[in-house]
Design a protein around this ligand. Sequence first.
Ligand SMILES: Cc1cc2nc3c(=O)[nH]c(=O)nc-3n(C[C@H](O)[C@H](O)[C@H](O)COP(=O)(O)OP(=O)(O)OC[C@H]3O[C@@H](n4cnc5c(N)ncnc54)[C@H](O)[C@@H]3O)c2cc1C
Length: 399
Amino acid sequence: MGNNIARFYCPPFPDTASDSTTMPSENIVIIGASWAGLYTAHSILKTLPKDSPNSKLILINPTSTFYWNVASPRLLTSSLLEASDLFIDLVPGFAQYPAQNFEFIQGTATSIVPTSSTVTVRTSEGDKQVAYTQLIIASGAKGISNVPWKNTPDIDLLREISNYKAKIAAANTIVISGGGPTAIETAGELATENPSKKVILIAGEARLLPGLPASAGTEAERQLKALNVEVIKGVRVEGETETGVRTSDGKTVEAEFFLPAHGVLPNNSFIPKEWQSVGGWLECDEYLRVKDHPNVWGVGDIVSYSFRNVGAVNETTAYVSTAIKTILAGGQAATKKFAWGIANKPVALVPIGKSGGTGYFFFMRAWSWLVWYLKGKDFMIAKLPTVVEGQVNTMGKKL
Ligand SMILES: Cc1cc2nc3c(=O)[nH]c(=O)nc-3n(C[C@H](O)[C@H](O)[C@H](O)COP(=O)(O)OP(=O)(O)OC[C@H]3O[C@@H](n4cnc5c(N)ncnc54)[C@H](O)[C@@H]3O)c2cc1C
């Protein structure tokens, strides 16, 4: 660990003889404080029994800010948004809970030792050993490059945001890779804000929005073409050349700038290999726990079978928070299996440009004006403070 001073964070277990409370003592450690980690932390702390002086929730994240990343397609391509609009300090939102029950550690988890139930956290003051009785992994996913789509450890987000904003603003021809919401939203924003730029979308699948019924993809393509975006389907970007990108059909597409907007990878560098699925996600059982480790849980994007959207975050965090609350109340957790709710249904809103978009609502394609009204007009930024203060989740449901 170099010159780092290793410190041991003992759970605040009392001397049993002097402990007058009958409530269990739990040291709940959450790794990651984006959507999933934040919701879980607030949800647990809100209902922590009053007589829980010996239980504590420790939240670990590389930064002390929350990033409203769903608006990053507009942030990176438009002068309408600045980074300061999408970041908010997440720590003050926890002042509403008793100080003894909460601690924030700004740092990056670098390893987990299941035999001693400890997490090693790299901080600016050196490595810390944090002990857990319940461990919740909410470390999410990152993009395949440094493009600041997500709050990613080891990336200087603010620097990358200003870097990418400047490069996108300077380029006249831009290739965007991907056929999902991030790529489509970014292409639409760019073409609307800068009609003089040539925008080329290269999607690997035969149609856009492959996760939704076909009519949504057809409509996305129609709206993009109406904005003069060139759409190339069924071809993958395989690498960059001096003048553009090389594609899987052996061609070169000329461009001044390439913006990768496809695919995500798990933030798993600290997760024991035997806990990982094929692809490196956290292998969770039907109770969102790690096999043979009933006190280790997964929430949000990192879960092996997650749909990796905020709906899936809402549902996994609600389940795990309830399980932890049951444990804190002295009960038996995880007697009922986790089951997806609406996160399992085709629901998505994909703004395209400043006044429309497409998507799907359960059984029908979403109307363009509704996509604009519900999401495209401000990318829901107005909800940022309420989410960070732990009032509601993105569905407006009280935590
Ligand atoms: C551009 C874009 C737009 C999107 N728009 C939408 C949308 O409109 N609707 C929707 O439903 N979904 C959307 N999504 C998906 C949504 O962002 C994810 O589902 C959501 O971010 C998952 O939240 P999470 O907390 O599980 O993980 P993440 O948001 O990935 O956060 C993980 C957190 O863990 C931290 N972390 C990682 N490793 C460590 C470590 N070793 N130690 C400590 N902390 C660590 C990270 O820094 C981060 O803060 C979008 C995704 C992208 C990329």
